[in-house]
Design a protein around this ligand. Structure first.
Ligand code: BJW
Length: 295
């Protein structure tokens, strides 16, 4: 059965069929039904830490071991997760419509794994599977590093509390996002080192608060946004739209004529400025709604 009101679905699909320049802005809610937690609201805590408080250069400076444990856990979970029907539907739309560009805030690698055409997918906040040197003066950067764990000290410990686990069975993994599971304190000697400068620590190639978004990505997005052609549609999928500059693309697209379609679980999570005439709000799980909208 359809999860989308038929009248709204028809008007959205009619507009989509007439649209040429189309954008999607993606957030963590897109991957929620693949089993990956979002940042804000329920699930936004990692141990005692607000997930966003670990996504800063200051947190890495203060305790790189803790920040690596957080990212190593997320790399592991993302590798175990599978793209959902929405990732596939967006990738399919991109293959059909070459003027459709996806701006993703997600770092989980699920859109690339759904074979979203790479030239139409802009990773605004980098990727968990990019790794770079944390030394400002060293330019070492590596993409598609799927080594899990990236160093032995970051291996997920096994869950010794599970009585069914024996040394001959595959050990059940402990959930280190839970504060009741002990994790070791890790210092520089345990963490991945830069193979180029040999002194800096490696860090995840994601964009932390206060850091600039990747230059080549920004240049491409700026070019798309400043093109004289109007933008017809922006789909805002599974994002609280509170983090800039990403959130600002909704208004920018509006100013270029775009109609806005929001797909979100939470009726209150509308972009700054609220809902406007001509917007659609499709409430529910993106993994169900997006494939239906794009059918
Ligand atoms: C579902 C669902 C289901 C759940 N189906 N829906 C202008 C104004 C004010 C502040 C600023 C500004 N410009 C810049 C700033 C500062 C800052 C900022 O924006 N702060 C705000 C918080 C106020 N921005 C920055 O610092 C950025 N850098 C910058 O501006 O640099 C300037 C500069 C220029 C030149 C030189 C130097 C500097 C960088 C921002 C980087 C954000 N990074 C993070 C971490 C990435 C790494 C990692 O993953 O760990 O990105 S923070 C985190 O938030 C992550 C996400 O991509 C991002 C957005 O979160 P998202 O995806 O929206 O997730 P949630 O959890 O918030 O929302 C989930 C949504 O899904 C909810 O709505 C749910 O309801 C919904 N949902 N299940 C459908 N099944």
């Amino acid at each position: 059965p359809s999860v989308v009101p038929q009248e709204q679905l028809a008007s959205f699909q009619q507009h989509l069929s007439r649209s040429t320049r189309i954008l999607a802005l993606l957030g963590a809610g897109l991957s929620a039904s693949s089993g990956l937690p979002t940042f804000r609201g329920a699930g936004g805590m990692w141990r005692t830490h607000d997930a966003t408080s670990l996504a800063t250069p200051e947190a890495f400076e203060r305790d790189p071991g803790l920040v690596w444990q957080f990212y190593s856990y997320r790399r592991h979970m993302a590798l175990k997760a599978k793209p959902n029907a929405a990732h596939y539907a967006l990738a399919e739309l991109a293959r059909k419509r070459r003027d459709f560009i996806t701006l993703s805030q997600n770092v989980d690698g699920l859109s690339p794994r759904a074979l979203h055409p790479a030239d139409q997918l802009k990773l605004l906040h980098g990727s968990l599977f990019d790794v770079k040197c944390s030394d400002f003066f060293c330019k070492y950067f590596e993409s598609n590093n799927y080594t899990d764990p990236i160093v032995p000290a970051l291996a997920i410990p096994s869950d010794d509390s599970d009585p069914t686990t024996t040394s001959t069975l595959a050990a059940k993994e402990a959930d280190i996002s839970d504060i009741n599971v002990d994790i070791p304190e890790l210092d520089h000697s345990h963490l991945p080192k830069c193979p180029e400068c040999k002194s800096g620590l490696l860090r995840p190639g994601v964009v932390w608060f206060g850091e600039a978004l990747p230059r080549h990505v920004m240049e491409h997005v700026d070019e798309y946004m400043t093109d004289e052609q109007p933008i017809d549609l922006i789909m805002v999928i599974g994002t609280s739209a509170k983090v800039y500059p990403a959130a600002g693309y909704v208004d920018l697209a509006r100013s270029k004529g775009a109609r806005v379609a929001i797909i979100n679980m939470d009726a209150n999570d509308v972009p700054a400025g609220g809902l406007q005439d001509g917007d659609w709000f499709f409430r529910g799980d993106a993994a169900q709604i997006v494939p239906e909208l794009l059918k």
